[in-house]
Design a protein around this ligand. Sequence first.
Ligand code: BES
Ligand code: ZN
Ligand code: ZN
Length: 473
Amino acid sequence: MIQLTNKYLTDESAAFIISDKKQIKDIQLSKVEMNFAEKVLDNKANFVHINSFYKSLFILLVNSEKDEFTQLEDIRKSGNRIITEIKELKLETINIVNLGSENFTYALCEGIMLSKYGFHKYFKDKAEKTSSLKEIKVVSSSTDSTKVDLLNALIEGVYNARDIVNEPLSFMTAQKLSQEIERIGKETGFKTEILDKKQIESLKMGGLIAVNRGSIHPPTFSIMRWEPENAINEKPYVFVGKGLVFDTGGINLKPSGYLETMKCDKAGGATVVGLMAAIAKAKLPIKVIGLVPATDNRPGNDAYVPEDIITMFDGTTVEVLNTDAEGRMILADALAYAKKYKPQLVIDLATLTGAAVVAVGENTTAVMGNTPKEIEKLKTIGFEVWEKLVELPLWDEYKEQLKSSVADLKNIGGKYAGAITAGKFLEHFTDYDWIHLDIAGPAFTEKDDSYRGIGGTGVGVRLLFEFLKQKAN
Ligand code: BES
Ligand code: ZN
Ligand code: ZN
């Protein structure tokens, strides 16, 4: 928990943020401490740890030659370093004393809180794994806790998203995912409606049904609604997340090496849930709908096979040429379903293609869409929160690759531009302002990656929360 405090008690641990070496004089340090800190900083370092065992003092020197967004990211990473260095010390409280811009404080809180996260549910000894840190005290003369409250809500949302991604299929089937969504909705205040297999069938969501046919677990379609009375918008913002609880590839079975990490194929859905939770907790005055179609993709007895022709929710027919291109099948139905809300804007998130990772790398989201102004906004916020986006074009030429001789569309394109042909496929099912985020790269890390952690990163929650926050203002 992050909270405000008006006074720093010098017997507690603290982190001091300074943007000029000279400011070290303004920090309450003993002579020995001061000498030590000066020596370290003179050595071109920008991070000092004075470890007195009962408490730790940290000094973060922000590099004034860098641009603001890079400075913020450096600070978040220092937050990770703090968490790493206090691991053995079992500290429970840390104060943040900021002698620079206010944004630095919140970046440090973010870095610390996101680094503190761990997925420990399955360890016999959970306590041993859990970080001892309980509270961050932001030292401030102000008593307005709005920013702190928003940040606490956001952090919780990222935790929710990471928890969902990190759960394996042995726990999190589509039905379990929906139950989690209901639970989180009750806890944070958004409304939920879960469509079960029967309802999905009677709605004729052909894409979702086809992908689910190889599974022994029924599919679900979760609808989340946050519609506060003081909303600034008439038409809602709609978020659609891919909820593939495990992707084996289906009949086009993935080889080993490609199966591991595929519990992350519900990361888009997880992000939508985390975002809804954060918005509801923060009580943002903005109408938002979340949609998560969910199933696993497996080569069971009745699995859909290549050359099947599927009639989708909106009546479009699709020739399946690869059962591993299943994400677009379930998203297409959800995107067509979203039309009924007459949305202001629809943003979908999906771990959709390996091609997006090849194109823009592991840490970057590929963005596509038909609304340049909103895409520009997202890109800027991407730098601000360091969930960076690179835009790929949706030129009509690419659609040629999806032509089928027996149906309206094929579900795969050719050898090249796979992230874009997937985007073109989705575009077919939209008739509103729309943005597609392919998060196949940044959704999941196999190696510990600073405050992004290991496993599910919750990518997109911070990006979209900031996007909505700016809309609501
Ligand atoms: N879930 C995968 C995409 C993916 C790859 C996510 C790596 C995360 C990390 C998706 O369903 C898939 O299998 N896509 C295929 C599409 C192809 C068959 C056209 C791919 O990218 O190979
Ligand atoms: Zn797949
Ligand atoms: Zn997939």
